[in-house]
Design a protein around this ligand. Sequence first.
Ligand code: TRP
Length: 333
Amino acid sequence: MIDGKKVLFSGMQATGNLTLGNYLGALKNWVSLSDEYLCFYSVVDMHSITVRQDPAVLRKRARSLLILYIAAGLDPEKNCLYYQSHVSGHAELSWILNCFTYMGELNRMTQFKDKASKHGDNINAGLFTYPVLMAADILLYQADVVPVGADQMQHLEITRDIAERFNNIYGDVFTIPEAYVGKVGARIMSLQDPSKKMSKSDENPNGSIYLMDDADTVMRKCKRAVTDSEGTFLYREEQPGLKNLIDIYSVCTGKTPDEVVQEFDGRGYGDFKMAVGEAVTSILNPLQKEAARLEKEKAYVDSIIKENAEKAGYYARKTLRKVQKKVGFPVRV
Ligand code: TRP
Protein backbone atom coordinates (compact mmCIF):
# COMPACT_ATOMS: atom_id res chain seq x y z
CA MET A 1 0.00 0.00 0.00
CA ILE A 2 1.23 3.45 -0.88
CA ASP A 3 -0.84 6.45 0.28
CA GLY A 4 -3.78 4.19 1.02
CA LYS A 5 -3.76 2.66 -2.45
CA LYS A 6 -2.88 -0.85 -3.47
CA VAL A 7 0.14 -1.08 -5.71
CA LEU A 8 0.04 -2.51 -9.22
CA PHE A 9 3.04 -3.38 -11.37
CA SER A 10 3.20 -4.36 -14.98
CA GLY A 11 5.60 -4.06 -17.85
CA MET A 12 5.89 -4.48 -21.58
CA GLN A 13 8.79 -5.10 -23.87
CA ALA A 14 9.58 -2.72 -26.67
CA THR A 15 10.56 -5.48 -29.05
CA GLY A 16 8.58 -6.01 -32.21
CA ASN A 17 5.69 -3.89 -33.38
CA LEU A 18 2.90 -3.71 -30.86
CA THR A 19 -0.35 -5.20 -32.03
CA LEU A 20 -4.00 -4.51 -31.49
CA GLY A 21 -3.84 -7.50 -29.14
CA ASN A 22 -1.30 -5.74 -26.90
CA TYR A 23 -3.51 -2.68 -26.85
CA LEU A 24 -6.94 -4.24 -26.34
CA GLY A 25 -5.62 -7.05 -24.17
CA ALA A 26 -3.35 -5.05 -21.91
CA LEU A 27 -2.72 -1.36 -22.38
CA LYS A 28 -6.38 -0.33 -22.59
CA ASN A 29 -7.06 -2.08 -19.29
CA TRP A 30 -4.05 -0.53 -17.67
CA VAL A 31 -5.73 2.82 -18.16
CA SER A 32 -8.88 1.67 -16.40
CA LEU A 33 -6.85 0.35 -13.47
CA SER A 34 -5.05 3.57 -12.80
CA ASP A 35 -7.79 5.09 -10.66
CA GLU A 36 -8.00 2.22 -8.27
CA TYR A 37 -4.31 1.40 -7.88
CA LEU A 38 -1.01 3.17 -7.62
CA CYS A 39 0.45 1.88 -10.86
CA PHE A 40 3.99 1.29 -12.00
CA TYR A 41 4.11 0.63 -15.73
CA SER A 42 7.59 -0.08 -16.92
CA VAL A 43 9.18 -0.40 -20.33
CA VAL A 44 11.23 -3.46 -19.51
CA ASP A 45 14.27 -2.85 -21.66
CA MET A 46 16.51 -4.98 -19.46
CA HIS A 47 14.41 -8.00 -20.29
CA SER A 48 14.71 -7.20 -23.98
CA ILE A 49 18.45 -7.73 -24.16
CA THR A 50 18.07 -11.40 -23.20
CA VAL A 51 17.62 -11.66 -26.97
CA ARG A 52 20.12 -9.86 -29.21
CA GLN A 53 18.89 -6.37 -30.16
CA ASP A 54 20.02 -3.61 -32.46
CA PRO A 55 20.85 -0.85 -29.91
CA ALA A 56 19.50 2.03 -31.98
CA VAL A 57 16.28 0.19 -32.71
CA LEU A 58 15.78 -0.84 -29.10
CA ARG A 59 16.31 2.72 -27.89
CA LYS A 60 13.86 4.11 -30.40
CA ARG A 61 11.23 1.50 -29.71
CA ALA A 62 11.56 1.88 -25.96
CA ARG A 63 10.82 5.58 -26.30
CA SER A 64 7.91 4.96 -28.64
CA LEU A 65 6.47 2.48 -26.19
CA LEU A 66 6.70 4.93 -23.33
CA ILE A 67 5.03 7.52 -25.55
CA LEU A 68 2.35 5.01 -26.40
CA TYR A 69 1.64 4.49 -22.69
CA ILE A 70 0.93 8.21 -22.46
CA ALA A 71 -0.95 8.37 -25.76
CA ALA A 72 -3.16 5.51 -24.61
CA GLY A 73 -4.30 7.67 -21.72
CA LEU A 74 -2.01 6.77 -18.85
CA ASP A 75 -1.50 9.96 -16.90
CA PRO A 76 2.24 10.34 -16.16
CA GLU A 77 1.45 12.41 -13.08
CA LYS A 78 -0.70 9.70 -11.54
CA ASN A 79 1.07 6.59 -12.81
CA CYS A 80 4.73 5.83 -12.78
CA LEU A 81 5.79 5.33 -16.40
CA TYR A 82 9.48 4.61 -16.71
CA TYR A 83 12.30 2.59 -18.24
CA GLN A 84 13.38 -0.38 -16.16
CA SER A 85 17.03 0.39 -16.96
CA HIS A 86 16.72 3.86 -15.39
CA VAL A 87 16.10 2.42 -11.95
CA SER A 88 19.18 0.49 -10.89
CA GLY A 89 17.28 -1.21 -8.08
CA HIS A 90 15.90 -3.72 -10.58
CA ALA A 91 19.35 -5.10 -11.28
CA GLU A 92 20.42 -4.91 -7.64
CA LEU A 93 17.40 -6.73 -6.27
CA SER A 94 17.57 -9.20 -9.10
CA TRP A 95 21.05 -10.25 -8.03
CA ILE A 96 19.95 -10.82 -4.48
CA LEU A 97 16.90 -12.78 -5.56
CA ASN A 98 19.07 -14.92 -7.84
CA CYS A 99 20.64 -16.21 -4.65
CA PHE A 100 17.20 -17.31 -3.44
CA THR A 101 16.12 -19.03 -6.63
CA TYR A 102 16.92 -22.61 -7.55
CA MET A 103 18.27 -23.78 -10.88
CA GLY A 104 15.63 -26.50 -10.83
CA GLU A 105 12.82 -23.96 -10.57
CA LEU A 106 14.12 -21.94 -13.48
CA ASN A 107 14.63 -25.08 -15.51
CA ARG A 108 10.91 -25.73 -15.35
CA MET A 109 9.93 -22.41 -16.91
CA THR A 110 8.14 -23.10 -20.18
CA GLN A 111 9.03 -19.71 -21.65
CA PHE A 112 12.72 -20.43 -21.12
CA LYS A 113 12.44 -23.80 -22.83
CA ASP A 114 10.55 -22.12 -25.65
CA LYS A 115 12.99 -19.28 -26.15
CA ALA A 116 16.02 -21.53 -25.73
CA SER A 117 14.75 -23.67 -28.57
CA LYS A 118 14.18 -20.59 -30.75
CA HIS A 119 17.49 -18.89 -29.96
CA GLY A 120 19.73 -21.94 -29.81
CA ASP A 121 22.80 -19.89 -30.70
CA ASN A 122 22.35 -17.56 -27.73
CA ILE A 123 21.06 -19.37 -24.67
CA ASN A 124 22.53 -16.85 -22.25
CA ALA A 125 22.30 -16.75 -18.46
CA GLY A 126 20.02 -13.71 -18.67
CA LEU A 127 17.46 -15.69 -20.59
CA PHE A 128 17.62 -18.31 -17.86
CA THR A 129 17.22 -15.83 -15.00
CA TYR A 130 14.66 -13.69 -16.82
CA PRO A 131 11.96 -14.69 -14.31
CA VAL A 132 14.16 -13.52 -11.43
CA LEU A 133 14.43 -10.06 -12.95
CA MET A 134 10.69 -10.10 -13.35
CA ALA A 135 10.33 -11.04 -9.68
CA ALA A 136 12.59 -8.12 -8.82
CA ASP A 137 10.40 -5.76 -10.89
CA ILE A 138 7.34 -6.76 -8.98
CA LEU A 139 8.77 -7.12 -5.47
CA LEU A 140 10.76 -3.89 -5.63
CA TYR A 141 7.52 -1.92 -5.46
CA GLN A 142 5.77 -4.24 -3.03
CA ALA A 143 3.12 -4.74 -5.68
CA ASP A 144 -0.18 -6.18 -4.51
CA VAL A 145 -1.43 -7.02 -7.97
CA VAL A 146 0.04 -7.79 -11.35
CA PRO A 147 -2.09 -7.93 -14.47
CA VAL A 148 -0.52 -10.61 -16.64
CA GLY A 149 -1.58 -12.78 -19.49
CA ALA A 150 -1.70 -16.55 -19.24
CA ASP A 151 1.79 -16.79 -20.75
CA GLN A 152 3.32 -14.92 -17.80
CA MET A 153 1.41 -16.71 -15.05
CA GLN A 154 4.22 -19.15 -14.39
CA HIS A 155 6.57 -16.21 -13.85
CA LEU A 156 4.20 -14.66 -11.38
CA GLU A 157 4.02 -17.94 -9.50
CA ILE A 158 7.80 -18.20 -9.21
CA THR A 159 7.79 -14.57 -8.00
CA ARG A 160 5.44 -15.54 -5.21
CA ASP A 161 7.58 -18.56 -4.35
CA ILE A 162 10.75 -16.49 -4.18
CA ALA A 163 9.02 -13.83 -2.06
CA GLU A 164 7.61 -16.41 0.34
CA ARG A 165 10.96 -18.12 0.65
CA PHE A 166 12.63 -14.81 1.45
CA ASN A 167 9.93 -13.83 3.93
CA ASN A 168 10.22 -17.20 5.68
CA ILE A 169 13.85 -16.54 6.38
CA TYR A 170 13.83 -12.81 7.10
CA GLY A 171 10.33 -11.92 8.21
CA ASP A 172 7.75 -9.92 6.31
CA VAL A 173 9.86 -8.10 3.76
CA PHE A 174 7.90 -8.56 0.55
CA THR A 175 4.24 -8.19 -0.24
CA ILE A 176 3.11 -11.40 -1.93
CA PRO A 177 1.67 -10.31 -5.27
CA GLU A 178 -1.55 -11.66 -6.71
CA ALA A 179 -2.44 -11.97 -10.36
CA TYR A 180 -4.90 -9.28 -11.25
CA VAL A 181 -8.23 -10.88 -11.71
CA GLY A 182 -11.18 -8.80 -12.57
CA LYS A 183 -12.25 -7.60 -15.92
CA VAL A 184 -9.50 -9.39 -17.81
CA GLY A 185 -8.37 -8.00 -21.10
CA ALA A 186 -9.78 -9.38 -24.30
CA ARG A 187 -7.72 -12.22 -25.66
CA ILE A 188 -7.27 -11.23 -29.30
CA MET A 189 -6.30 -14.02 -31.66
CA SER A 190 -4.46 -14.04 -34.97
CA LEU A 191 -6.62 -13.04 -37.93
CA GLN A 192 -5.07 -15.83 -39.98
CA ASP A 193 -5.10 -18.58 -37.35
CA PRO A 194 -7.64 -17.96 -34.59
CA SER A 195 -6.20 -20.77 -32.48
CA LYS A 196 -3.08 -18.62 -31.89
CA LYS A 197 -2.81 -15.41 -29.92
CA MET A 198 -2.25 -12.28 -32.04
CA SER A 199 1.46 -11.79 -31.65
CA LYS A 200 4.06 -9.19 -32.51
CA SER A 201 6.43 -11.98 -33.48
CA ASP A 202 4.05 -13.65 -35.95
CA GLU A 203 5.84 -14.23 -39.28
CA ASN A 204 2.61 -13.67 -41.19
CA PRO A 205 1.94 -9.91 -41.03
CA ASN A 206 -1.67 -10.47 -42.06
CA GLY A 207 -2.34 -12.29 -38.80
CA SER A 208 -1.76 -9.16 -36.72
CA ILE A 209 -3.03 -5.62 -36.83
CA TYR A 210 -0.19 -3.37 -35.75
CA LEU A 211 -0.94 -0.29 -33.72
CA MET A 212 0.70 1.86 -36.36
CA ASP A 213 -1.17 0.31 -39.32
CA ASP A 214 -3.04 2.86 -41.43
CA ALA A 215 -6.73 2.63 -42.23
CA ASP A 216 -6.22 0.87 -45.56
CA THR A 217 -3.95 -1.76 -44.09
CA VAL A 218 -6.36 -2.39 -41.23
CA MET A 219 -9.25 -2.78 -43.66
CA ARG A 220 -7.31 -5.12 -45.93
CA LYS A 221 -6.28 -7.35 -43.00
CA CYS A 222 -9.84 -7.43 -41.66
CA LYS A 223 -11.25 -8.35 -45.05
CA ARG A 224 -8.75 -11.18 -45.35
CA ALA A 225 -9.38 -12.50 -41.85
CA VAL A 226 -10.08 -16.21 -41.75
CA THR A 227 -13.69 -17.07 -40.88
CA ASP A 228 -15.62 -20.21 -41.78
CA SER A 229 -18.05 -21.60 -44.29
CA GLU A 230 -20.95 -21.96 -41.86
CA GLY A 231 -22.41 -18.64 -42.84
CA THR A 232 -24.28 -18.28 -39.56
CA PHE A 233 -23.62 -15.22 -37.46
CA LEU A 234 -23.07 -16.70 -33.99
CA TYR A 235 -20.67 -16.08 -31.14
CA ARG A 236 -19.31 -19.50 -30.30
CA GLU A 237 -16.14 -21.59 -30.01
CA GLU A 238 -17.02 -23.57 -33.15
CA GLN A 239 -16.52 -20.43 -35.23
CA PRO A 240 -13.25 -19.14 -33.75
CA GLY A 241 -12.40 -16.71 -36.56
CA LEU A 242 -15.77 -15.00 -36.38
CA LYS A 243 -15.71 -15.10 -32.60
CA ASN A 244 -12.38 -13.28 -32.60
CA LEU A 245 -13.71 -10.60 -34.94
CA ILE A 246 -16.77 -10.19 -32.73
CA ASP A 247 -14.46 -9.80 -29.74
CA ILE A 248 -12.43 -7.15 -31.52
CA TYR A 249 -15.52 -5.28 -32.65
CA SER A 250 -17.06 -5.57 -29.25
CA VAL A 251 -14.06 -4.10 -27.39
CA CYS A 252 -13.64 -1.33 -29.95
CA THR A 253 -17.30 -0.28 -29.81
CA GLY A 254 -18.14 -1.12 -26.20
CA LYS A 255 -21.01 -3.35 -27.32
CA THR A 256 -21.47 -6.81 -25.87
CA PRO A 257 -20.97 -9.84 -28.15
CA ASP A 258 -24.72 -10.50 -27.96
CA GLU A 259 -25.51 -7.00 -29.17
CA VAL A 260 -23.04 -7.47 -32.02
CA VAL A 261 -24.69 -10.73 -33.00
CA GLN A 262 -28.09 -9.02 -33.06
CA GLU A 263 -26.74 -6.12 -35.06
CA PHE A 264 -25.25 -8.34 -37.78
CA ASP A 265 -27.64 -11.27 -37.75
CA GLY A 266 -28.62 -12.10 -41.32
CA ARG A 267 -25.90 -9.96 -42.88
CA GLY A 268 -22.85 -11.41 -44.60
CA TYR A 269 -19.39 -11.77 -43.10
CA GLY A 270 -18.12 -9.28 -45.69
CA ASP A 271 -20.25 -6.49 -44.26
CA PHE A 272 -19.17 -7.32 -40.77
CA LYS A 273 -15.47 -7.40 -41.65
CA MET A 274 -15.76 -3.87 -43.05
CA ALA A 275 -17.45 -2.75 -39.84
CA VAL A 276 -14.64 -4.34 -37.82
CA GLY A 277 -12.05 -2.53 -39.96
CA GLU A 278 -13.78 0.78 -39.35
CA ALA A 279 -14.17 0.18 -35.64
CA VAL A 280 -10.49 -0.71 -35.28
CA THR A 281 -9.40 2.37 -37.22
CA SER A 282 -11.61 4.58 -35.09
CA ILE A 283 -9.65 3.33 -32.08
CA LEU A 284 -6.19 3.41 -33.66
CA ASN A 285 -6.47 6.74 -35.40
CA PRO A 286 -6.58 8.96 -32.29
CA LEU A 287 -3.92 6.82 -30.64
CA GLN A 288 -1.58 7.25 -33.62
CA LYS A 289 -2.22 10.98 -33.79
CA GLU A 290 -1.49 11.49 -30.13
CA ALA A 291 1.65 9.33 -30.31
CA ALA A 292 2.87 11.31 -33.33
CA ARG A 293 2.24 14.57 -31.49
CA LEU A 294 4.17 13.40 -28.43
CA GLU A 295 7.07 12.11 -30.55
CA LYS A 296 7.63 15.78 -31.41
CA GLU A 297 7.27 17.06 -27.84
CA LYS A 298 10.80 16.13 -26.95
CA ALA A 299 11.30 18.32 -23.89
CA TYR A 300 7.97 17.35 -22.38
CA VAL A 301 8.54 13.62 -22.82
CA ASP A 302 12.09 13.92 -21.50
CA SER A 303 10.83 15.63 -18.37
CA ILE A 304 8.31 12.87 -17.81
CA ILE A 305 10.98 10.23 -18.26
CA LYS A 306 13.21 11.94 -15.74
CA GLU A 307 10.56 12.64 -13.12
CA ASN A 308 9.00 9.20 -13.33
CA ALA A 309 12.34 7.42 -13.04
CA GLU A 310 13.02 9.47 -9.91
CA LYS A 311 9.64 8.61 -8.49
CA ALA A 312 10.12 4.91 -9.20
CA GLY A 313 13.66 5.08 -7.83
CA TYR A 314 12.40 6.48 -4.57
CA TYR A 315 10.07 3.55 -3.91
CA ALA A 316 12.60 1.05 -5.25
CA ARG A 317 15.28 2.28 -2.88
CA LYS A 318 13.02 1.90 0.12
CA THR A 319 12.57 -1.80 -0.55
CA LEU A 320 16.14 -2.33 -1.65
CA ARG A 321 17.66 -0.85 1.52
CA LYS A 322 15.47 -3.07 3.65
CA VAL A 323 16.46 -6.17 1.68
CA GLN A 324 20.15 -5.30 1.69
CA LYS A 325 20.05 -4.93 5.44
CA LYS A 326 18.23 -8.22 5.92
CA VAL A 327 20.77 -10.21 3.94
CA GLY A 328 23.64 -8.68 5.88
CA PHE A 329 25.10 -5.98 3.66
CA PRO A 330 26.81 -3.23 5.65
CA VAL A 331 24.50 -0.34 6.40
CA ARG A 332 25.31 2.92 4.60
CA VAL A 333 26.39 5.75 6.88
N1 TRP B 1 7.86 -10.64 -19.17
C1 TRP B 1 6.74 -9.80 -19.44
C2 TRP B 1 6.29 -10.03 -20.89
O1 TRP B 1 7.12 -10.25 -21.76
C3 TRP B 1 7.04 -8.36 -19.23
C4 TRP B 1 7.36 -8.09 -17.81
C5 TRP B 1 8.58 -7.87 -17.27
C6 TRP B 1 6.42 -8.03 -16.74
N2 TRP B 1 8.48 -7.66 -15.94
C7 TRP B 1 7.17 -7.76 -15.59
C8 TRP B 1 5.05 -8.19 -16.68
C9 TRP B 1 6.56 -7.67 -14.33
C10 TRP B 1 4.43 -8.09 -15.44
C11 TRP B 1 5.19 -7.84 -14.28
O2 TRP B 1 5.12 -9.92 -21.16
